[in-house]
Every structure is written in C-alpha cells, then in structure tokens.
Design a protein around this ligand. Structure first.
Ligand SMILES: Cc1cc2nc3c(=O)[nH]c(=O)nc-3n(C[C@H](O)[C@H](O)[C@H](O)COP(=O)(O)OP(=O)(O)OC[C@H]3O[C@@H](n4cnc5c(N)ncnc54)[C@H](O)[C@@H]3O)c2cc1C
Length: 411
C-alpha cells in the first residue's frame, strides 16, 4: 500500500483500537477519532474466547490481559434448581492454544488504549472527536465532526459501535432489532464460586436465566473476587439501547429471589451488587453491503450481535486483523476494503443469525423441556453427556471457535 495513504478510524473502542494496533504492526500509520472526551473504564464483564485471545496475543497483549482478568478453567450449565447439567474444560484446559479470559470490559479497553498511545503516539489517538458524517469524491474522503474542523483521509473505517452514525448515513433505514429479551448486568464482590475459575449458565431464558463468571481475582486482599453476572428475562417493550444505562433491582429480582443453591446464593449475590446496568438483547439484521467507496464498517458498526455467546469482541478483533492485513497487501486501500468485506461479511452474519436462533443456553433450554422444568434425579434418563457435548461442539463450530478453527487462524 502507498505509504502516504491516510487511514482514519472512527471510534476508539475495542475494534478501532485493535485495528490501530494491527496497522501499526504492519508499519501503517492511521488516526483514531473517538467521540468520548476521555477514556473511562466503562461496562462490566466480557469474555475473551480463545479466538479473541489469539488476536490479542498476536498484538502482544496476552500477559497484560491475564494479569487483570481471570483464566477460565471450565464452563458449566445448571438448571434453575442449581443442578449441574453439563460442564466442559475451556481455553487451554480444553485443548485450545489460547486461554479463555473473563475480564472487565473497561480494563480490556484501557489495555488497548494504553498500548495504542504507547505504540502510535498520542497524536494518533484523538478523543473528543464525534464524527457526524463523511463526504467523498475521487480524491478522498472528508470527515465531518461535531464542533471541530473536518479532516481528509483516503479511507475511513467506521468502528463507531452498534449505534454507528456512519452506518446510519449509508443505510438510512438502519434499525435496532429487539426480540423480546432484556438483560441486567451487575458486578458483585464476594468469595469465589466453585473453583473461582468457572463460567456458569444457570436456568434458561424461558423461565429465567443468569450467566455468572469471575472477572477480577482478590479484589480486596481478602480473597474476594469481582463476579460478573447477567440476568436475562423476556419482556415485550424496549427503550433505547445505552451501554451505560443504570438498572433497577426491582425490575427483575422477583424471578431470582428464591434461587438459593448449596453452592451459591444467587439472590444474595444480586442484592450485594456494586453496580447494575440494564441493556436490551438487541442486534441488527445483517446488511448486504459494508463498503461504500472509501468507507467501510467494522466491529459492532458492521455486525452488531446479541451480547451473549461472547462473540462481539472476538469478531471485532478478527475484523481488525483481517482489514489491516488487506490494507498492508493492497496497492489501493479501497480494494482492501472490498477484500475485507468479502472475507468477513457472511462469516459474521452467520454468527448474528446463530446467536438469534441457537443461543448458547440451548443446552439449558433443551434440558428444561426434557425434564418438564422439574428437578431431575438422573439426567441420563433424558439426555446423555455425549449428546450434550455434541450440542456444545456444534455451537462452537458455527460461532468459529472450535478447537481446529482457533488453531488454524480461521477468518
Ligand atoms: C461504554 C460501553 C460499554 C460496554 N460494555 C459492555 C459490556 O459490559 N459487556 C459487553 O459484552 N460489551 C460491552 N460493550 C460492547 C462491546 O465493547 C462491543 O460489543 C464489542 O467489543 C465490539 O467493539 P466495537 O469497538 O465495535 O464497539 P464499542 O466497543 O461499542 O466501541 C465503539 C466506540 O465508538 C465510539 N463512537 C460512537 N459513536 C461515535 C462517533 N459518532 N464518532 C466517534 N466515535 C464514536 C464510542 O464511544 C466507542 O468508544 C460496551 C460498549 C461500550 C461503548
């Protein structure tokens, strides 16, 4: 690629910063324009599956991520009576070449931001730049910002998240899709649950579900962990999706008030939360095109998916690496954008559809149906462990994180 090509990245979230770091690896300059006036450690927990960790490891960040997150050993599925349905080893314990890590999203963001500043320089990562649109012609693209001078570039990568302003410009009838599930996400300080290294899915969306995993070890020097949990409940209506919206215990607690198992008092864990956020289970229908001349979409701007199945960050990081590789090998950066879209659009559309049709708690739903939503005495009477394992492996294949996919660096 021409060394003088000017690459502008709109949005300094997980995707935008990963892209900047990947371009830097190829010796390609870029500038990131982020709307927020400063980078704060926002959000709650996020899980980095092995295919996400493969990408962050290539950026030299594995050790730092492991230092502030928790390496999962197992994933376990329970019914709403707290009975174990199925468990399997995860990450390196499950034969992957990379770990699976539970981490605070804000800490992941901070690590990417600090690395980008250290490697690219502060001049390349600009905060307080809200993009409001792009104009383009044969000579280049002009990026317009709110209350700031315009900037020109050869290509513009829209990494501005699920409510992307640039996607809206090119896809005017773009809209959020809500399928009737709301979520409340919280973090609670408490003693480790089980071995302190387990990702737990309890109950099902049909009768009430909660996903629980630790994200910070020994938060206070007394051996307590920071535990992330996400309650999912069906609901008819939805408000605007805002990652920072505060949640109210009274809106969802009733379902969990009697969930007290011999290995965990779920109700108490929810009551003890430091912070609760509300976010609806929303995504967008896959679109037939991401690239519009000198502009392309990446990360959540391109393929917002349900915040379950732990794929949002992974797919964004893979977009970033794929795009940077094509930008490094194409004479004209516009060709790189179309090659990237060809490589990534259908793959990610498939993950969006899978998350809708075949959610990761399908194991819980299946067992709940088979047992008539009653406690079981012998689960093998209804379904065998081998059958459950096959269901789990199938989901991993579709979502692109079967052991063989991650090892071979599949796009
Ligand atoms: C505040 C916040 C909290 C989140 N919390 C969680 C969480 O707890 N768990 C979870 O699984 N996922 C969370 N996510 C979503 C998660 O980060 C993404 O799904 C995923 O990592 C894909 O990353 P992305 O970079 O495409 O999008 P995002 O991480 O959403 O990043 C988009 C970035 O673009 C910026 N931006 C938006 N509009 C403009 C504009 N017009 N001009 C310039 N910049 C713009 C945003 O400020 C943001 O930094 C959160 C996202 C945000 C923004």
């Amino acid at each position: 690629m021409s060394q003088t090509a000017r690459i502008a990245i709109i949005g300094g979230g997980i995707c935008g910063l990963s892209l900047a770091l990947n371009l830097h690896r190829h010796g390609i300059a870029c500038t990131v324009f982020e709307r927020a006036p400063e980078i704060k450690e926002l959000g709650v927990g996020i899980t980095l599956l092995p295919h996400a960790m493969r990408e962050f490891t290539a950026l030299g960040l594995q050790d730092e991520l492991l230092k502030v997150g928790i390496e999962n050993r197992e994933s376990a599925f329970f019914n709403r009576f707290g009975q174990l349905i199925y468990k399997e080893p995860r990450g390196k314990f499950g034969g992957y070449p990379y770990p699976e890590v539970g981490i605070h999203r804000g800490k992941l963001h901070r690590i990417l931001y600090d690395a980008a500043i250290a490697r690219l320089g502060a001049d390349a990562i600009l905060t307080d730049h809200e993009c409001v649109g792009v104009d383009q012609d044969d000579r280049g693209a002009t990026i317009r910002f709110k209350d700031r001078a315009s900037v020109t570039a050869d290509v513009v990568i829209a990494c501005d998240g699920i409510n992307s302003a640039l996607r809206k410009q090119f896809v005017p009838d773009d809209k959020i899709a809500f399928a009737g599930i709301n979520t409340w996400r919280g973090i609670t300080r408490r003693k480790p649950i089980l071995d302190g290294r387990t990702y737990m899915r309890v109950g099902s969306i049909v009768t009430g579900k909660i996903v629980i995993y630790p994200i910070v070890d020994d938060i206070d020097g007394n051996g307590n962990q920071l535990i992330n949990w996400m309650a999912e409940i069906t609901q008819d209506t939805v408000g605007q999706n805002d990652w920072n919206k505060a949640g109210d215990l009274a809106d969802f607690f009733d379902i969990y008030k009697d969930w007290k198992f011999d290995w965990l008092d779920v109700a108490q864990m929810i009551r003890d939360a430091d912070q609760i956020l509300e976010y609806p289970m929303v995504d967008k229908d896959p679109i037939p095109r991401w690239t519009f001349g000198r502009v392309t979409l990446a990360g959540d701007a391109a393929h917002p998916m349900y915040p379950r199945g732990s794929n949002g960050a992974a797919q964004s990081a893979i977009d970033a690496r794929t795009l940077a590789d094509f930008l490094a090998s194409s004479a004209d950066p516009r060709d790189a954008l179309t090659s990237y879209e060809t490589a990534r659009r259908e793959v990610t559309a498939n993950v969006v559809r899978t998350n809708r049709a075949h959610p990761p708690d399908f194991i819980n739903i299946k067992v709940e149906k088979l047992t008539g939503d009653q406690p079981f005495d012998n689960l093998d009477k209804y379904i065998t462990q081998d059958e459950l394992r096959a269901l789990s492996e199938n989901y991993k294949k579709v979502a692109g994180f079967a052991v063989s996919d991650v090892s071979h660096g599949k796009r």
